[in-house]
Design a protein around this ligand. Structure first.
Ligand SMILES: [Fe+2]
Length: 213
């Protein structure tokens, strides 16, 4: 059967280094927190260095149809490659390109591709609208999390340890030096996301969990 590749490119800029954005893409626990309107459950099936095989279930971005799927993600230099097979049967191939911008800012370009039978070419505008809206919505949901992580990192925050001067109940030092933010997957977790039952959102309501300034 002749096939056709539906394609879409989306771009966004973020006021934090690209390594913080990479961290966000590997923080699988936030799927059912920050993006709870899309994802109901997530489970990390296997993970090693920057390779992660993740099961997700939830609702389709536009129609709200229940859907589940498995995605493999890994890094090739500054590009994250993702292969995501959904329960309908489509294989979504995603390339996420990370770029440095001046003043600790970054740019991300995402390329979405799905190979379909040629007669489905007429659905490309639908595919593009659906993924454009998806990109825009999850980008907006992720932004506070990324900016907050960068903000607290500059104050000396360390995972599961917090901020030293606050832990010691001291006043804020006049100058806090910090090393370059390093992206070192896999991301340590405390939840059951790697267990057979996976991770579900613990609350039925509320919009954001803990990301208000
Ligand atoms: Fe996200």
């Amino acid at each position: 059967m002749k096939t056709y590749t539906m394609k879409l490119e989306c771009e966004g800029e973020m006021d934090c280094p690209k390594e913080v954005v990479m961290w966000n893409y590997y923080d699988h626990e936030h799927l059912v927190g920050t993006h709870f309107t899309y994802y109901k459950k997530a489970r990390v099936l296997a993970e090693r260095d920057d390779w992660a095989l993740v099961y997700r279930s939830g609702n389709m971005p536009i129609f709200g149809i229940p859907i589940s799927g498995m995605g493999l993600q890994f890094m090739e230099g500054n590009v994250m490659k993702t292969f995501h097979k959904d329960s309908i049967g489509f294989l979504l191939e995603q390339e996420t390109h990370f770029f440095d911008l001046p003043n600790d800012r970054s740019k991300v370009k995402v390329i979405y591709k799905i190979n379909v039978p040629k007669f489905m070419k007429l659905f490309e505008p639908l595919f593009q609208n659906m993924f454009k809206s998806w990109f825009k919505n999850v980008w907006a949901e992720d932004a506070p999390m990324r900016l907050r992580r960068w903000k607290v990192y500059k104050l000396g925050f360390k995972d599961f340890k917090g901020i030293d001067y606050i832990n010691k109940k001291l006043s804020k030092p006049a100058k806090i030096s910090y090393p370059k933010y390093e992206f070192t997957p896999p991301i340590p977790v405390f939840s059951d996301i790697k267990q057979p039952e996976g991770m579900e959102r613990p609350f039925a309501s509320s919009v954001q969990l803990g990301y208000n300034d």
